[in-house]
Each structure stands twice: as structure tokens, then as C-alpha cells.
Design a protein around this ligand. Structure first.
Ligand code: BEZ
Length: 214
């Protein structure tokens, strides 16, 4: 198998840059994402049922993502003509307009760059990948789903809220965390910090598991 299929960006890597045609015109990715959060997500193919549910899900929440300083960028290995026809069809049949750019990755360049082509699943269609990229251009969270299982929009939003809360408050987020719930204070790194922690009024199981409100 072609080695380039196996490029897999990892959490903490800078998002690989590329130039590509999208439903909103040419895009230099590094320029497009500068200064905002970005969710780059792939779908296997236009005019397919699961993808239609997912893409309309993103479209319906586009304003919510915008309010979270987050841009959406879709991608599939389809032509720009196919994308435009699908966007038009979905608007006509469902009354939902996919305004966010969708990359026409017909030569699979971007899909290969982001490990979206996983040959054991399909050699010609991208899996359902989601890359969360922060305003500095760093990849912060990655999800991969197979062709036959749709993603969970609640979890995508929750993960974005968790990443943003972690950055803003310098905290970590526990299992199933939701906004409004207590957050984890990073564990002490020195004995002095541990002594301080024990005297603190955080909600504590022990010094290494302390929670606070934000
Ligand atoms: C779908 O979106 O329904 C789909 C796309 C590719 C393979 C299987 C399902």
C-alpha cells in the first residue's frame, strides 16, 4: 500500500497546510483558520444517507459554532460539481443550506495528508474524521468513525466546549463533563503545592483529585 496513505497527524501537531478548491472558492487552509478554532471534518461521499444527516447537522449548528469562534470546513473525495449539486439538492429537499466550505478533494491530497483514507475501511472514500484545530493552528483532538456509523453532534460540541474551557481556565475536564459542572484542578507538582492543596477549599477526594467551579 502506498506509504502516503499512512500519514496520520497526531494531537499536538500543527495542522498540515494545503490549498484546495471548496464550495466557497479556493482556500489556503493556514490562512483560513488563522485566529479561530476550526473543525475540519470529512465524509465518505456526497448524496449518501448517513453523510446527509451529518452534514445537515453541522449546517443547522453553524451559527452556534460561530458563536464559539469556530469555523467549519467539510471535505470529501468528490468533485466541486458534485458538492454543488448536493448542496442544492439538500436545500431543495430539506430547506437546509450548507454554507460552510466543503473541500472537493478529488485527487485525495488532503485526505491523505490528514489520514482520512484508511484503506482497510475504503481506498476511495474518506472515513468520518473530525479534527479540532485551535487558533494557533495546533491539532487538539481527533475523532475517526467508520463509513457506516454517524458521528454524535452533542459530543462534538461538548469536546469543543471542553477544549475551550481547558484553555481559558487552565483546568482539565472529568468524565462526561458538561459546561456548568465542576472542573479538575491540575495535580500539584511539588510537595509545597501538595501542602497548599490539602489546605485549599477545593472539593477533594485526595490531593491529586480536586475539583472547583469555574
Ligand atoms: C452514508 O453516508 O450513508 C454512507 C457513505 C458511504 C458508505 C456507507 C454509508
Amino acid at each position: 500500500m502506498d506509504q502516503e496513505f499512512f500519514t496520520m497527524p497526531r494531537i499536538g501537531d500543527m495542522a498540515p497546510d494545503f490549498k484546495a478548491m471548496t464550495t466557497q472558492g479556493m482556500m489556503q487552509f493556514s490562512e483560513h483558520i488563522k485566529g479561530s478554532w476550526t473543525i475540519l471534518f470529512s465524509h465518505p461521499a456526497d448524496f449518501t444517507p448517513v453523510c446527509t444527516t451529518e452534514m445537515t447537522g453541522f449546517a443547522l449548528l453553524e451559527d452556534d459554532f460561530k458563536a464559539m469562534n469556530t469555523k467549519l470546513v467539510g471535505l470529501s473525495i468528490d468533485s466541486i460539481h458534485s458538492h454543488i449539486a448536493w448542496v442544492h439538492n439538500v436545500k431543495e429537499k430539506m430547506g437546509i443550506l450548507m454554507k460552510f466550505p466543503i473541500i472537493a478533494d478529488i485527487d485525495m491530497k488532503v485526505a491523505k495528508l490528514y489520514g482520512m483514507l484508511q484503506p482497510g475501511e475504503s481506498e476511495t472514500a474518506a472515513v468520518r474524521a473530525v479534527f479540532f484545530i485551535d487558533p494557533s493552528g495546533k491539532i487538539r483532538l481527533i475523532m475517526y468513525y467508520p463509513l457506516n456509523v454517524g458521528r454524535n453532534m452533542d459530543e462534538i460540541i461538548r469536546a469543543l466546549q471542553a477544549l475551550q474551557a481547558a484553555d481559558l481556565h487552565k483546568v482539565a475536564l472529568p468524565l462526561n463533563w458538561r459546561p456548568g459542572e465542576m472542573v479538575i484542578v491540575p495535580p500539584p507538582k511539588t510537595v509545597d503545592e501538595m501542602e497548599e492543596r490539602i489546605k485549599s477549599n477545593y472539593e477533594m477526594v485526595d490531593f491529586y483529585l480536586a475539583k472547583k467551579k469555574i
